[in-house]
Design a protein around this ligand. Structure first.
Ligand SMILES: Nc1ncnc2c1ncn2[C@@H]1O[C@H](COP(=O)(O)OP(=O)(O)OP(=O)(O)O)[C@@H](O)[C@H]1O
Length: 269
């Protein structure tokens, strides 16, 4: 379990997310237990660990997307700066504007490239057309997609390649100017070249956004993240928990926990 000592490996002054004593349940099953985790602003934090240890469950807790699962329940505190994410007064629509998400499979809407990016900003308020055009261009440029699509903005997004579709999903996610970007195995459906392009994009985006990424790809975690959170499953109750948190370099070169070392070297998981 993460201790205060472990969370203090990151500079506490610049934390975007503070997760305290969190237990996550599906019905009676506790999928994740006892998580204490601070997530640094404008940095990439990777969550790694064997299948079923609760990485996605923890990630999806941050923007309350698991609210859609009726049996899901949270204990503990999850904060985005001063916002208590699970307070009854928290506006979930506003939370999801502040915490964007990119999923495992590219999932553009079956609409034009332009409409995919313009959708979110239009949902949150009327924007004059020239400003909307500028915003769409800015997001597509930030997602390293503008040059590929500038001449076909009004064609269907479904005509793009998988890698382009995933970059479009990043452009769509940043169009509402979120503070945090959650990525759940965002490269798992992409070829190696598209994967590297997405990783370069992640490194660019961290100048502006706090990024939390779940990945099974150890090289990706090592290349693209600043901090790594190692999760594992308890052998007794099968609940996932955090076993080590640290700077990615430390986790990959000098892990404190034998289980982390076994996992990052491919001997476990
Ligand atoms: N909607 C759900 N209802 C019930 N149980 C669920 C649900 N989603 C996940 N679980 C269970 O919670 C546990 C954690 O699942 P989760 O998907 O978070 O793990 P993970 O580490 O992301 O796995 P993977 O790496 O395979 O994607 C697993 O035992 C899983 O079966």
């Amino acid at each position: 379990m993460a201790t205060e000592k472990e969370t203090a490996t990151q500079d506490t002054a610049t934390m975007a997310l503070r997760i305290r004593d969190v237990n996550l349940y599906y019905g009676a099953f506790r999928a994740v237990k006892g998580v204490n985790l601070d997530v640094s602003s404008r940095a990439v934090t990777a969550i790694i660990g064997p299948s079923g240890c609760g990485k996605s469950t923890l990630l999806r807790t941050i923007n309350r997307i698991n609210d859609r699962v009726p049996s899901f329940r949270v204990e503990g505190s999850v904060k985005l700066h001063d916002l208590d994410i699970y307070a009854p007064t928290t506006d979930v629509v506003d939370l999801r504007r502040r915490v964007g998400m990119v999923f495992q499979r590219p999932n553009p809407f079956p609409q034009s490239i332009f409409e995919n990016v313009a959708f979110g900003p239009q949902l949150y308020g009327r924007i004059p057309k020239p400003q909307l055009n500028d915003l769409v261009e800015e997001c597509l440029r930030a997602a390293a997609l503008w040059d590929d699509v500038k001449d076909k903005l009004h064609q269907s997004a479904l005509g793009l390649s998988g890698g382009q579709q995933q970059r479009l999903c990043v452009a769509r996610a940043i169009a509402t100017q979120p503070e945090v970007l959650l990525m759940d195995e965002p490269a798992s459906a992409l070829d190696p070249i598209s994967t590297l392009r997405l990783e370069e994009l992640i490194l660019d985006l961290k100048q502006q956004y706090t990024i939390v990424i779940v990945t099974h790809n150890m090289q990706q975690a090592a290349r693209a993240s600043d901090y790594t959170v190692m999760m594992s499953m308890d052998t007794a109750d099968r609940a996932g928990h955090v076993i080590e948190i640290g700077q990615t370099k430390q986790i990959f070169t000098n892990p404190r926990e034998p289980q982390t070392e076994a996992y990052v070297t491919g001997r476990f998981g």
